[in-house]
Design a protein around this ligand. Structure first.
Ligand code: SAM
Length: 336
């Protein structure tokens, strides 16, 4: 090998090492995850620099300085962090977003079965499954955390534009929604602080966003307030794998938003006043199916030469990192 080739090889090794180290640090907050990842592997103290001994695994003594978010639950700060995250990745159509999501304007992980061929189909299927909970699709509907407006646009199949409202904390995404769903009422608004009158909506839809709210409880109370009696709140939601995740990742709110079980979820909706509550665990057909498809697709792109080893490694780690965070995926319907 020439000196230049050796230098390039060393640069590649460093680049891969830095990328993988950063991802392991990010995964490493919750002891259970580390324990699962390493299984029977024994850490050599002083070697990895991550944990000192097996007791460290049990007591959770893993420090992630510089990565742990640990901000106070401040609404504006949180909105800024959420927007920094989504406004960047949602519009990266030439990069991984394009590879994994194709040309869909949806920005969720979808609902898959053996006939689902694309992310767009999976996202439409997700929305249709949630809308199926609403017995009569009439009157006014609100699409909370509407993303880039793909779901708002699909609502036009059932509702006239003037009866559709869409909200998001991102100005940029609301601009996209106005283009994607012309004539609908799209506004920048926080899901936990709605500027609508009491008893205004017949239905509320919220696709894959409540894990970002400070908190779900406030969102449920606001939804109950703005819904008419007899109106439905339908949503898909993801429970994170642990309370610690909320302080670990910048785009999530405080750990007050942690819900451990479906029973707790039920109690929260019930306490907000809702009845006829249905909560269904769809984890296998939502995150697990999306994950497998994404991992497959990224390898296809690698073998066809469209992405290099660095992009492959980065994306795989991002996905395995997300896999450590994603808990139960829920479909929820509740009536006022
Ligand atoms: C995973 S995306 C889902 C987007 C969209 N529902 C879809 O299915 O395409 C989560 C969305 O929640 C929005 N969001 C996060 N926190 C919010 C809040 N407090 N109020 C309103 N929207 C919020 C984000 O801006 C982002 O668009």
């Amino acid at each position: 090998m020439t000196a230049n080739q050796i230098d390039l090889k060393e640069q590649l090794k460093k680049r891969l090492f830095d990328s993988i180290s950063a991802q392991i640090d990010l995964i490493g907050y919750v002891p259970d995850d580390i324990a699962k990842l390493v299984k029977s592997f024994k850490f050599d103290s002083g070697n990895s620099g991550l944990v000192s001994d097996d007791a460290g695994l049990e007591t959770g003594l893993i420090e992630n300085e510089g990565i742990t978010a640990n901000y106070q639950a401040d609404k504006e700060k949180l909105a800024e962090l959420v927007n920094d995250h989504y406004d960047k990745i949602f519009y990266d159509c030439e990069g991984m977003m394009g590879i994994l999501h194709g040309d869909t304007q949806y920005r969720n992980i979808g609902y898959w079965d053996e006939t689902t061929l694309s992310q767009d189909q999976a996202s439409e299927r997700l929305q249709d499954a949630l809308l199926a909970f609403i017995p009569e699709k009439s009157g006014r509907i609100l699409d909370v955390a509407c993303g880039m407006g793909a779901s708002t646009r699909r609502l036009l199949n059932h509702y006239p534009a003037e009866n559709i409202w869409a909200t998001n904390i991102s100005e940029k995404q609301i601009e996209s929604t106005r283009k994607n769903a012309p004539g609908c009422n799209a506004q920048v608004m926080n899901a936990v602080d709605m500027a609508f009158d009491n008893d205004f909506f017949d239905s509320i839809l919220c696709i894959e966003a409540a894990m970002h709210f400070e908190t779900r409880q406030k969102f449920f109370e606001e939804s109950f307030r703005v819904l008419k009696t007899g109106g439905y709140l339908v949503l898909s939601d993801i429970l994170l794998t642990s309370r610690e995740r909320f302080s670990q990742l910048p785009m999530y709110p405080s750990s007050d938003n942690h819900i451990e079980t479906i029973e707790e979820y039920y109690q929260l909706l019930s306490a907000a006043g809702f009845s006829a509550i249905e909560i269904i665990d769809k984890s296998k057909d939502v995150w697990a199916a999306h994950f497998l498809r994404a991992i497959n697709r990224i390898h296809e792109k690698f073998y066809s030469g469209d992405i290099d080893i660095i992009e492959l490694t980065d994306t795989l780690w991002t996905y395995y990192n997300a896999n450590a965070v994603m808990g139960t995926c829920l479909f929820v319907s509740a009536k006022k």
